[in-house]
Design a protein around this ligand. Structure first.
Ligand code: HEC
Length: 182
């Protein structure tokens, strides 16, 4: 089933929020769509025009730039993973738990397009949506990388763990947060 909203009961709070959770989830989905479309389009265009090594620079600078452009109205938009390339994208406890749950559900055959999670905890709404690995991603996240790609990644990300993925693996997730007004 698509679009299941998983709420982790142990984190849910009884706080009455000014904005209903359904509205926040809808807004979070819009943010994810904007992020994915903008970054995906920029990445694809750059790969086609200038090749993968130049496109690494796009991910390096454009991904955080697009994330911060979308981080308005109290939203914080980012990406995370269990195997990260940029240490700034490290998952915290809740994100790790959700990513492990997403991986288990994908291993059990669930469609990654429907994997999302949200929680309201300590005055903050949080939302995550799974990012599956597509063929295009393997150029920079696969097991075998071209030497020039390898060299550029080694230079920018000496602690890179985001390699060895296959098509259909969970690559990571979009992760959003918004502080709720009292
Ligand atoms: C041209 C090389 C390249 C391609 C192709 C590419 N990525 Fe990445 N990816 C990167 C780089 C570089 C970073 C680090 C970005 C940063 O510094 O925030 C990254 C980071 C990420 C992250 C953030 C978590 C982390 O590891 O730091 C996710 C999630 C991700 N990529 C998913 C994908 C997916 C899904 C695809 C295919 C649709 C893809 N990438 C294709 C180079 C690439």
């Amino acid at each position: 089933m698509r679009g299941i909203l998983m709420t982790l009961a142990m984190f849910s709070s009884a706080a009455v929020c000014a904005e209903p959770v359904a509205d926040l989830t809808g807004a979070a989905r819009q943010q994810v769509k904007a992020f994915a479309t903008t970054l995906g389009g920029t990445l694809k265009a750059s790969m086609q025009k200038d090749g993968p090594v130049a496109a690494i620079a796009v991910c390096n600078t454009e991904a955080p730039a697009i994330a911060s452009q979308l981080s308005t109205d109290g939203w914080q938009v980012a990406r995370t993973s269990l195997k990260i390339r940029n240490p700034d994208n490290a998952a915290d406890a809740w994100e790790t738990q959700v990513l492990e749950d997403f991986s288990a559900r994908m291993a059990a055959g669930e469609d990654p397009a429907g994997l999302e999670a949200s929680v309201t905890d300590d005055g903050e709404f949080r939302y995550m949506k799974a990012i599956p690995t597509a063929g295009l991603c393997l150029t920079c996240h696969g097991a075998e990388l071209a030497p020039a790609v390898e060299a550029k990644l080694a230079q920018l990300y000496p602690q890179d763990q985001a390699r060895g993925f296959n098509v259909g693996d969970l690559r990571g997730a979009f992760t959003l947060r918004k502080v709720l007004e009292e």
